[in-house]
Design a protein around this ligand. Structure first.
Ligand SMILES: Nc1nc2c(ncn2[C@@H]2O[C@H](COP(=O)(O)OP(=O)(O)OP(=O)(O)O)[C@@H](O)[C@H]2O)c(=O)[nH]1
Length: 486
């Protein structure tokens, strides 16, 4: 049968252009229904048998089928059964029309998958209303389906990982990005607990938040975004931003959005590390050393443990540069730095390049004798490198002059924020000891020790000639002043 075109008149149903297939073997009914549908602005197809209806339905995929039950040959029930059995036509809504209005007929019609059942003789206004209602229902369910499909596509392709979490912490579902970030296959995370992924204290925090939300759903708001370390399936960790938002659909649920920040974190860490290092020698720089010393000083104030500072200066380094060139000087500084690094072994030791050819080392919980021994070991180590220094008046090799200062800082009310005066005094003392080592002939260690309880020593030396008494006294005085200052 050919389609009967729409009249082009506006349709009151809002479904103008919908395609209707009318199936009836009574020509009068067919004609009357066709006129009615065309009047509504529907594109209309007609068939006078079940067989013809099946062919047409598969070809034109109508939006709705009006189907007579009692027909010669294949009846309406059988036609409907075959329509519903075929994947192409099974979703098309069918409205039965029949003079058989016994309950069992109507029930049989619905059981076959019909959406409505209209008794004959037909009342056209009723047919019009029922067709319109079904078309509207179909349109809105198509819209919902489309929206769901669109949403599914977005969720499946978004770069953020998505988890839907139940208030008990059980993961209901995840998207492919989430599975990928955490190393799981599709659906593998569903049914697991957030405690399998998060550190115990973080998982507990979220569970507490879920419980608060359950107690007062109205007052709940998003948990915001926080950085979390999540366990990867392979046992490793991934650093991610997790944003949690409550959602109420029949039951309270939580949507977790994961944003991968591993790369960002790595470069942040690398930048942070780079900011702490001296670019030439790759040991700590002055800034890092100062803040490290400040922290160790505060700690030593609490523990009353001695703190030792070693200041080291390469001897006749200008001459070395002038003789062998600046590039050779750079290499020499790198080798000296490497040697120093070998002596800063504990977590509370730190070797740093303080500027030019000057290096410093901090030894926490190290008394004067131990620090002097360390200074001497460092001096001997550099000398043993046997880096040729052809024009040095001191030695055939590169040598260093070392000053060592030790203090035992105690709790002092004046020392709070900023650089503690005691820290400055420690530096001045070590510097002066180092200059004393230079004056004493270089390639030697000088030490000044001021330990709490009046135990004060200065002018110790090793590796060279006698100490500069004046410098040592001056340094000791400085330390004393600093220690006595409020
Ligand atoms: N190659 C190189 N030289 C540097 C660097 N930083 C500082 N210097 C040089 O180190 C030299 C330090 O010289 P001085 O301070 O006069 O001391 P010195 O020659 O070591 O003499 P004494 O300390 O008295 O033994 C200067 O020539 C600086 O140019 C660097 O990064 N690379």
């Amino acid at each position: 049968m050919d389609p009967v075109g729409s009249t082009g008149a506006g349709s009151p149903t809002g479904q103008r252009g919908a395609a209707i297939l009318i199936v009836d073997d009574a020509p009068d009914n067919l004609a009357a229904l066709r006129v009615l549908m065309v009047e509504q602005g529907y594109q209309t197809f007609v068939a006078n048998s079940g067989e013809r209806a099946l062919q047409l339905a598969r070809r034109v995929l109508p939006d709705l089928i009006l189907l007579d039950i009692v027909m010669a040959g294949m009846d309406g029930f059988e036609t409907c059964r075959l329509l519903k059995a075929h994947p192409v036509t099974q979703a098309i809504p069918v409205i039965f029309m029949s003079a058989r209005t016994e309950t069992e007929d109507v029930v049989a019609g619905f059981d076959l998958g019909a959406v409505d059942y209209i008794g004959k003789p037909l009342r056209m206004a009723e047919v019009r209303a029922r067709v319109r209602t079904q078309l509207q229902l179909r349109a809105s369910s198509a819209t919902q389906q489309e929206q769901a499909e669109r949403l599914r596509t977005i969720v499946d392709h978004m770069a953020e990982g998505l988890l839907i979490i139940e208030p008990c912490g059980r993961i209901q579902s995840t998207n492919p990005a989430c599975d990928g970030y955490l190393g799981y296959g599709p659906g593998e995370l569903a049914g697991r607990h957030i405690g399998d992924l998060l550190p115990p204290e973080v998982a507990q925090e979220y569970l507490d938040y879920f419980a608060r939300h359950a107690a007062q759903p109205g007052a709940a708001h998003g948990h915001g975004t926080r950085e979390v370390v999540i366990r990867h399936k392979n046992g490793g960790s991934v650093c991610m931003d997790l944003t949690l938002t409550p959602m109420f659909v029949r039951q309270p649920l939580f949507i977790g959005l994961l944003h991968d920040i591993t790369h960002h974190k790595r470069s942040e860490d690398a930048l942070q590390r780079a900011a702490m290092l001296d670019p030439l020698t790759k040991i700590a720089n002055r800034r890092h050393f100062d803040s490290f010393l400040e922290k160790e000083w505060q700690r030593a104030m609490r523990t009353s443990a001695p703190l030792s500072l070693v200041v080291l200066d390469v001897d006749h380094f200008k001459l070395y540069n002038d003789t062998l060139g600046h590039a050779a000087g750079d290499v020499c500084l790198q080798q000296v730095a490497q040697a120093l690094g070998a002596h800063a072994l504990r977590g509370t030791d730190l070797a740093a390049r303080y500027g030019g050819e000057e290096f410093v080392l901090l030894f926490a919980e190290t008394d004067g004798d131990a620090a002097l021994a360390l200074g001497e070991a460092i001096r001997a180590h550099v000398e043993a490198l046997q880096l040729p220094h052809p024009r040095s008046p001191t030695s055939a090799w590169i040598t260093v002059s070392i000053g060592v200062a030790t203090m035992t800082p105690g709790p002092q009310p004046g020392e709070q924020a900023g650089v503690a005066p005691g820290v400055q005094a420690l530096f001045v003392a070590a510097d002066r000891a180092m200059y004393a080592a230079k004056e004493g002939g270089r390639n030697q260690v000088r030490g000044i020790c001021h330990e709490r309880g009046g135990h004060e020593r200065s002018g110790q030396e090793s590796g060279g000639q006698g100490a500069s008494e004046a410098a040592a006294r001056l340094a000791a005085q400085l330390i004393k002043d600093a220690a006595d200052s409020p």
